[in-house]
Design a protein around this ligand. Structure first.
Ligand code: ZN
Length: 72
């Protein structure tokens, strides 16, 4: 009797993590940043999703699957 999982939405309800214009912010450890500067790939330690309209960060994840999905 539970509802299907719904994506979290921002304050203005316009944006979810799957929206085309969502802003993804990646946080890196110091070593991760150094790898990026050297042109390597780096897995963020945390991923945040921000709405471009209301600037609300509506979801933050440090799950491994999310960090790998948003690896640069
Ligand atoms: Zn919004």
């Amino acid at each position: 009797m539970s509802e299907p999982d719904q994506n979290l939405r921002c304050r203005c309800k316009a944006t979810t993590r799957d929206s085309e214009d969502v802003i993804v912010e990646r946080d890196y450890s110091l070593w991760g940043l150094l790898y990026l500067i050297w042109g390597g790939t780096s897995t963020p330690t945390q991923v945040s999703w921000r709405c471009p309209k209301c600037a609300d960060i509506f979801e933050v994840s440090s799950l491994e699957e999310d960090r790998i999905a948003y690896r640069t």
